[in-house]
Write a protein that binds this ligand. Structure first.
Ligand code: SIN
Ligand code: CO
Length: 406
């Protein structure tokens, strides 16, 4: 797949992303608690993708894109007889011709939204890296929206923490601490029924608004070419955790044996429909014994690492096109260095490495820890690596989990 050519804006971690407060102050006072507006959090040209690249990305099969159209009396078309807000949502990909049609349509304000832009751009990862005062395990994605004047997705709440970073153009954000989160019925999107904003700001390029989960908000594009980058941090719901754990057990648990009743007492017409107490006790004992090891610290440690490092469900990794021997791979890795695939999720704990849902014993642990943190292994480190290390690196390179640095 052709990755859109990315603009190269150097983003440095010395940026005053949080204004004049420290990361710890932000976490203590705002994180998961209350909104924070930071003017000039980012340089004006921070955008990982140009506007043209964003619209090109909306045409990719691999990118998850949506189009939200808003018909209302604020749009320019006076022949439009709809007076109330009316929303439609469509799922991509959207071709260049689709976008050209949209640009001609004056009856509706539109927004294209694309999830997981970090799967397509190293610069998107560089933007995410500015938030490394929060652990990778909480990062969900970097979403981008591109809207024409008047566009937006309506007043709503999200179930995640979000940093809304204004790219090109201007967006008005209205927010509300309201507790009434009831939704308008029969809408294709989740729109709040009774949104009562208590604050509002006009965000310019480089400004950023942090919102905790379930905080009501509404963003309205005030200009054409209005681009907003949403850095989303998601914590799994308890229900999601339970379902993932049960799925994991279903995939890994196996027990042999079958209930026996060699010493049965005869039943008769008056009691043969009764549930057999002996069989019930046997079921309880068999299942409890099977579950006990699954409730150990070691089992939860492994599950947690594999669960948190799982790639998004639509992501598949392909073997690289070039076929190299281990010796050729080693030579090339030392020459170029290695970089994680844009879609790889690599995490670690004190003795294991977890990548894309798998637990791997890769040694030396410290080298792979560095790979997970930096998303790169540079040439100088690789120069002194052992042949065992290259065997491991080769095996996962062949599965598409990382590539040579370009
Ligand atoms: C947008 O960028 O239009 C919507 C982002 C959000 O409200 O979460
Ligand atoms: Co939102």
């Amino acid at each position: 797949m052709n990755t859109p050519h990315a603009t190269s804006v150097p983003l440095s971690s010395t940026l005053t992303l949080l204004g004049n407060i420290s990361a710890q102050q932000f976490l203590d006072e705002y994180w998961q608690k209350k909104p924070l507006l930071i003017r000039n959090a980012l340089p004006k040209n921070f955008a990982p993708l140009t506007n043209k690249e964003i619209l090109t990305l909306a045409g990719y099969d691999e990118a998850e894109s949506r189009l939200v159209l808003l018909y209302n009396d604020k749009t320019n078309d006076k022949t439009n007889d709809k007076t109330d807000d009316e929303w439609t949502i469509d799922h991509g990909p959207f071709t260049a011709a689709d976008i050209r049609e949209l640009k001609k349509n004056k009856a509706a304000a539109w927004t294209v939204l694309i999830q997981d832009t970090q799967h397509f751009s190293f610069e998107a990862h560089a933007l995410l890296a500015l938030f490394n005062f929060l652990p990778q395990t909480r990062v969900d994605d970097l979403m981008v929206s591109y809207a024409v004047k008047g566009g937006g997705v309506g007043p709503h709440v999200d179930s995640y923490d979000v940093f809304l970073c204004q790219g090109s153009g201007q967006r008005r954000w209205q927010i509300s601490a309201q507790q009434d989160l009831s939704l308008k019925p029969n809408m294709p999107l989740k729109i709040l029924n009774n949104f009562q904003p208590d604050s509002e700001w006009l965000l310019d390029e480089g400004d950023m608004l942090y919102l905790p989960p379930a905080y009501a908000h509404h963003g309205i594009a005030e200009t054409n070419d209005c681009v907003t980058w949403s850095v989303g941090f998601r914590a799994p719901s308890h229900q999601e955790l339970l379902e993932a754990w049960l799925d994991d057990l279903r995939d890994t648990l196996q027990i042999v044996g079958r209930a026996q009743d060699k010493n049965r007492t005869a039943t008769n017409q008056t009691n043969h429909a009764a549930i057999d107490a002996e069989l019930r006790a046997n079921i309880q004992q068999v299942l409890t014994t099977a579950m006990t090891p699954q409730l150990s610290d070691a089992a939860f440690k492994s599950f947690t690492g594999r669960y948190l490092s799982q790639a998004k469900s639509h992501v598949t990794f392909d073997a690289p096109d070039e076929k190299l021997s281990l010796a050729q791979f080693t030579k090339r890795a030392i020459k170029d260095g290695l970089t994680l695939d844009l879609r790889s999720r690599m995490l670690y704990d004190d003795d294991s490495i977890y990548i894309n849902g798998e637990r791997l014993q890769l040694k030396p642990h410290a080298l792979f820890v560095q790979f997970a943190n930096m998303r790169q292994l540079d040439k100088t480190i690789l120069k002194s690596a052992s042949s065992k290390v290259f065997e491991s690196l080769y095996a996962q390179w062949a599965r598409g989990y990382w590539q040579f640095t370009i």
